[in-house]
Design a protein around this ligand. Structure first.
Ligand code: NAD
Length: 362
């Protein structure tokens, strides 16, 4: 097993270091190789995704990714900005399916801005299509408007598009994931207004007929945004396009209290995947040793489960995380009165200790 390790910028290096320590604690044989990505790669090689980094990622069984970005790169031309590295990796590795679980840990119920009864026991999975939609659709650009409300004015435009096979494959991913859970899929669209999402709805419905054991319902994205804060536990698997998924998965993340707790996986057709926390590089707290490493540690667990076929090791990490939360250990982002505030490294230590002392069960 080969893991490409791309820590990136800001807190990326701090949190990935902890995830690696946790992985090393498990009795597994794997090889890791690190490379620069994002702003760090731009500084060293003049590009956020150098050829050597891309080659390493392509050849690995899985990529463990930290985060990229810093405000200081905001003035760079778009193709050189750190965030382009993520888009480049997704595109080149064909990572079309993004899994974002939003789980509310019992000990963190009070960290949510919603009432405890609404989110206690929350466990939903948002599956976002990742390589199509308006983020990648061509043509796009700026030009002088030839028609519209202000002919002759400067305008910008993007293209929303999805092909049938793109929708089919993400729908299959969602139905298969639902089979391992409570067999319910909600497909989120905007079929009432957008042609693209009328096709989406038609194709998801057709694919759904191949999964008669899975219950499918459809919801418009504006209603889904509302229902996520009104009654989030009604959802189980949510499948949607790239842009709607981008927004809804961040909304779902906040239901659980802290974005510092949420892992994500992006997979291609051969289960090769990129695993990263759902948050960014947090330049405001970088270098202070206070970032929450649990989202990255949980991303490493997803990596073991989805790409490296090490389900038991993944379970051990997830149990260890629950154990440290039950011990009352909290990084600043999830801290509350009566719990013990720890830094990034101490949180990593605690997870490692929970695994090595085998103090955890189930
Ligand atoms: P962010 O997720 O980096 O930070 C948002 C807030 O959450 C900040 O207050 C930050 O301190 C806090 N936070 C984030 N992760 C945390 C953690 N693990 N522990 C404790 N607190 C945490 O989002 P942002 O501030 O909008 O963006 C910062 C940079 O990250 C930008 O350059 C942005 O483009 C980039 N970004 C990168 C990714 C990625 O690499 N996948 C994703 C989102 C944003």
């Amino acid at each position: 097993m080969k893991i490409a390790v791309l820590p990136g910028d800001g807190i990326g290096t701090e949190i990935v270091a902890e995830a690696l320590r946790v992985l090393e604690t498990l009795d597994l044989s794997f090889e890791t190789e690190s490379a620069l990505v994002g702003g760090a790669a731009y500084e060293a090689h003049g590009h956020p995704l150098p050829e050597s980094t891309l080659k390493l990622a392509k050849e690995a069984d899985a990529v463990l990714f930290g985060a990229v970005g810093d405000w200081k790169y905001d003035k760079l031309e778009r193709s050189l900005r750190p965030e382009q590295a993520i888009l480049g990796l997704r595109k080149n590795l064909g990572l079309f399916a993004n899994f974002r679980p939003a789980i509310c840990y019992e000990q963190l119920v009070d960290a949510s801005s919603l009432k405890p009864e609404l989110i206690s026991g929350l466990d939903i999975l948002i599956i976002r299509e990742l390589t199509g939609d308006i983020y990648f659709g061509q043509p796009r650009g700026r030009r002088t408007a030839s028609d519209g409300h202000f002919p002759g004015a400067e305008e910008a435009f993007d293209t929303m598009r999805y092909s049938r096979p793109e929708i089919e494959r993400i729908a299959h991913v969602a139905f298969q994931a639902a089979r391992k859970r409570s067999k319910r899929v909600t497909s989120v669209d905007k079929a009432n207004v957008l042609e693209t999402f009328q096709l989406w709805k038609d194709v998801v419905t057709e694919v759904g007929e191949e999964y008669p054991d899975v219950e499918l319902d459809h919801m418009y994205v504006d209603n889904a945004a509302m229902q996520l804060v009104k009654a989030p536990k009604k959802f189980d698997v949510v499948v949607t396009g790239n842009m709607f998924g981008d927004i809804l998965s961040d909304e779902a993340a906040m239901l659980t209290g802290s974005i510092g707790m949420l892992p994500s996986a992006s997979l291609n057709a051969s289960n090769q995947g990129l695993y990263e926390p759902s948050h960014g590089s947090a330049p405001d707290i970088a270098g202070k040793g206070v970032a929450n490493p649990l989202a990255t540690i949980l991303s490493a667990a997803m990596m073991l489960r989805f790409s490296l076929n090490q389900t038991e090791a993944a379970d051990r990490i997830e149990s260890a995380v629950k154990h440290v939360l039950a011990q009352g250990l909290r990084t600043a982002d999830i801290w509350s009165e009566g719990t013990t505030k720890v830094g990034t490294r101490e949180m990593g230590d605690a997870v490692v200790a929970a695994i090595t002392k085998k103090t955890i069960t189930g």
